[in-house]
Design a binder for this molecule. Sequence first.
Ligand SMILES: Cc1ncc(COP(=O)(O)O)c(C=O)c1O
Length: 395
Amino acid sequence: VLSKFGQRVLAFPTVNQPAVRPVIDFRYGAMSADDFPTLPWKQAMNRAILRKQSQLSYSDPGGTLELRQALQSYLARARGLQCDAEQVIVVSGSQQALDLCARVLIDPGDAVVIENPCYAVARELFEAVGAKMHFIPVDQDGMRVDLLMSQPRGRLVYVTPSHQYPLGSILSVSRRQALLAWASKVGALIVEDDYDSEYRYGARPVEALQSLDRAGAVIYVSTFSKTLSPQLRIGYLVVPHGLVTAFTAAKRLMDRHTSYPTQAALAELLNNGVYDRHVRRVRRLNGERRATLLDAVQRYFGDDIEIEGADAGLNVVLKFRALPWSKERKLVEAATAASIGVHPLSPLYDRSQGRPAEAGLVLGYASLSLAEIERGIQTLAQIATRSIRPRGQRS
Ligand SMILES: Cc1ncc(COP(=O)(O)O)c(C=O)c1O
């Protein structure tokens, strides 16, 4: 009964979260309900719903002009990104942006280049459409673009240049230039997933890769899942002029358009300064969570752990120096049994390139209170100590 696509998706999970939520959940992706700007959002939504309209008809598949213009000016002031409003396409989260890229640009068998390790649902999406995946390792300067040079072809490259997911490195300027040069040589397009660039601690924000692109090779993707809520399901793309029509037509066939009241409320908050103030507030709050986390990790783990990716974003990676990756699953299971939610790192790597040497965990902190972070790290350290030195062997 199933199409080839239908058969391929069976390999992937059908749920986003485990059925039982841990008491302290470091699982990456959730945001604190307390941080959401409830009152301004409610007022803006009310105004959107009460707006006088002669009829409730479908609206523009690419997004309302009002929101696209608001995003164009936000991108210019916050990301140094220049574009026309017509290049902005409003979608139901980055995931739909990637789905659009896959549908419009990828045929089964086409080569898609992705970071190793990478964001799992991006990889799964490209695999589901039948792409041939090429994994490029990541180091402290982001994707090893030098290894791409021997790659004679590629339809699309998916990168997270501002904060590599999950390891957190920032793609260096020379690699950005090399990536753009390679893409133009082989005729590939670059999908820049700029999912959490609002969060950069103690350093100047890095400009978007798109702002260096002179050839129209970069498709910029961003989301409101990290500043407002992943439950809203709203994000956007900035596509090169030549791709606007295909992306808009495909979006119309997918779901006609993204929720109109949500777009209207968001446009209002972008235009009246509330959103920018909110971003400054959540940046400060998440900076406090990050500082608490780093301090607790230092106190409870000391030299047992190496922390990666803490300069930006809403997650860090803990690498356990004394624990081989084969113990990683046990560590996650023991944490789950103690009601601490954590993501294992190794499943985010491509198996054909081998596993990382040590056990690693991806920890998201944006949904937790400072007290929960402290208690969670303390408990995790106790669990890890037991995993490193099994019962009876402790000194
Ligand atoms: C790399 C990356 N891209 C995008 C997103 C956001 O996805 P969406 O906008 O579909 O909620 C996340 C969230 O976890 C992410 O880690």
